[in-house]
Design a protein around this ligand. Structure first.
Ligand code: SF4
Length: 578
């Protein structure tokens, strides 16, 4: 018997925790279970052929919002080649309308609703041992031999500590993000989220968690992403985990958590302040700062408190913070979204993600779509097209803004230029709006751009806003560019190189002997030092207020800021430099 658990991930770097967890729980049948992982970027034909070659006796698919359309098409095709093959689906995207799934997909044998470990074990027993009936398996919806649909009741939730740890041989997960779970369910009730349906919050035993964290630390895994819906909803749990990773830090591993910032208490903040830069990163859903919107979507977030805490964490200078907003929520029109954007932008997160509402089946939002005049796409991810408050033309403008934020803000490549350029606009939102319009007017949004051309475009845009500050903007862009990259081919927009050969030669000669600036370069000679670093003369104070002030900046690429990857810099007056 060969039961194939199929995961189609969004990107190659992702792995699918669910299929590994199902296989680990059904340990006694492990010889009969195969995992097949692909990505949605692969040709469907390639996956179809590969699945066929695996000769499955039972085929299972893990379904999520990002792969459902792909999986459904694949199921229709595979059924043509293997018409008698039992096909099962599971995951949040099929759990809450399981009967509809079976009506929509006659090729599918059944749906596993909710958490799958125990259900899958029973299904494996049904197919492998053949000594039980399908109808005995709580939590499934299936097609019986007469073609009728049988909807068994949902299972009771399971003890999360009984789920085996899935990571043993890390070679299997080389170059992949590692996902890890220490709690299931969420105590909150956000109206757009399916996690709000699962109110039974449960936690994995902390002793087990510590052993597993130690495994990641020993293996020097680059990143572990916790999939816990609100990681810090129980202080005792989050504090114990953060304490453990702080005390056992290996200097390499980064841990990512989704949290509610306003739940953080003083003890947790104190602990976070002492962590190695880059040890943890935090994802914080703000979604909107409009109080009417927050109330309507049943969120308990208090933005004033979130703002205070995010700023405080920012002041520690050791944690990458990722803040989320959602466009298309009730009571949020274009102007109100602009305000939410400006409020969040003012907190200077490392990343600001501007997402669009997804109207998920089974969610409160879906049930109230008429009331909100909410029209969404028919296919997953069921993204909002327009609402009573936000017409489609404004959704389009926000799409353009989202692209600009991704390219210019979230890339972290234009930090200093943006901080000066924003002064030419009434608000940050107005700046990204104008950038989006500039891209559109100049047909720039339809072609792909190299990294350097993004700098050139931003310079042209800045010149259009304020030509008098053109030289400052050019220098800021040159600074931003070299802050990230020791670029050997000087791009055209950067203009003539401002350093003389003689002064460079004198500086590196001295540095190779005296080691005044560059730490960790002691074994390199002056020629190597020059290659490994960059020096540039600036005529404006690019690191501070942009006023006229001549300085030479040395860029050290071996000592980067772990949060934003920027090179360490040394600013010198001509006097110091010479
Ligand atoms: S959005 Fe986050 S906090 Fe709200 S219900 Fe979902 S998981 Fe919980």
């Amino acid at each position: 018997m060969n039961i194939v658990l199929t995961a189609i991930n969004a990107k190659y770097i992702h792995s699918n925790l669910a299929v590994y967890s199902l296989k680990a729980y059904a340990e006694k049948y492990k010889e009969h279970i195969t995992i097949a992982e692909y990505t949605i970027n692969q040709q469907m034909d390639e996956i179809l052929m590969d699945l066929y070659k695996k000769q499955p006796d039972v085929l299972c698919f893990s379904c999520y919002i990002w792969n459902l359309t792909y999986v459904e098409t694949l199921i229709r095709e595979i059924h043509k080649i293997l018409p008698d093959l039992p096909i099962w689906v599971g995951g949040p995207e099929v759990s809450y309308d399981s009967k509809d799934v079976l009506l929509r997909l006659p090729e599918v044998t059944g749906v596993m609703k909710g958490e799958g470990e125990e259900m899958f074990l029973e299904l494996a027993a049904y197919y492998i041992d053949g000594n039980r009936e399908l109808s005995e398996t709580a939590g499934i919806t299936f097609r019986n031999s007469e073609g009728g649909i049988v909807d068994c009741e949902w299972r009771r939730i399971m003890d999360l500590s009984k789920v085996p740890f899935v990571y043993k041989d890390m070679k299997e997960f080389a170059n992949k993000i590692i996902y890890y779970e220490t709690s299931r369910g969420c105590p909150f009730s956000c109206s757009y989220c399916l996690s709000s349906i699962d109110k039974c919050l449960r936690f994995r035993d902390l002793d087990l968690v510590k052993q597993e964290l130690q495994f990641f630390l020993d293996e020097k895994v680059p990143q572990v992403k916790f999939v816990d819906r609100t990681f810090n909803c129980k202080h005792e749990h989050s504090l114990a985990i953060w304490k453990y990773i702080q005390e056992h830090d290996n200097g390499v591993t980064n841990f990512h958590f989704e949290i509610s910032a306003d739940l953080l208490n003083e003890e947790e903040l104190q602990l976070i302040s002492k962590m190695r830069p880059g040890l943890i990163q935090l994802e914080i859903g703000v979604q909107s700062t409009n109080p009417d919107t927050i109330r309507e979507i049943n969120r308990t977030m208090r933005f004033e408190k979130v703002a205070k805490i995010v700023k405080r964490i920012n002041s520690f200078g050791n944690v990458h913070q990722h803040l989320d907003l959602i466009a298309g929520l009730p009571f949020e029109d274009y102007e109100s979204f602009g305000k939410s954007f400006n409020d969040v932008y003012a907190l200077c997160p490392e990343q600001l993600q501007l997402g669009f509402l997804k109207v998920l089946k089974g969610s409160y939002m879906k049930e109230h779509e008429q009331e909100y005049g909410l029209i969404h796409k028919s296919l997953p991810p069921y993204e909002v097209l327009y609402t009573k408050w936000l017409p489609y033309k404004d959704v389009l403008k926000l799409k353009r803004i989202e692209e600009m934020v991704e390219v210019y803000y979230n890339s972290g490549q234009f930090t200093y230029t943006l901080s000066q350029l924003v002064k030419a606009f009434a608000t940050p939102f107005a700046m990204y709006e104008a950038m989006g319009a500039y891209y559109e007017e100049n047909g720039l949004h339809v072609v792909s751009h190299s990294r350097v051309s993004r700098y050139e475009i931003l310079l042209q845009f800045a010149l259009q806003q304020d030509a008098k500050r053109g030289e400052l903007y050019r220098e800021l862009l040159v600074f931003d560019l070299y802050l990230r990259e020791n670029m050997k081919n000087r791009p055209e927009f950067a203009g003539e190189y401002t350093m003389e050969k003689e002064e460079l030669s004198a500086f590196y000669e001295k540095e190779s002997k005296e080691h005044c600036y560059l730490e960790g370069y002691e074994m390199y000679d002056k020629r190597q030092l020059r290659k490994m670093t960059h020096m540039e003369r600036f005529h404006y104070d690019v690191t501070e207020d942009g006023t006229r002030r001549e300085r030479v900046i040395l860029f050290d690429y071996r000592n980067r800021n772990p949060l934003n990857y920027q090179a360490r810099i040394f600013c010198m007056t001509d006097l110091e430099f010479l």
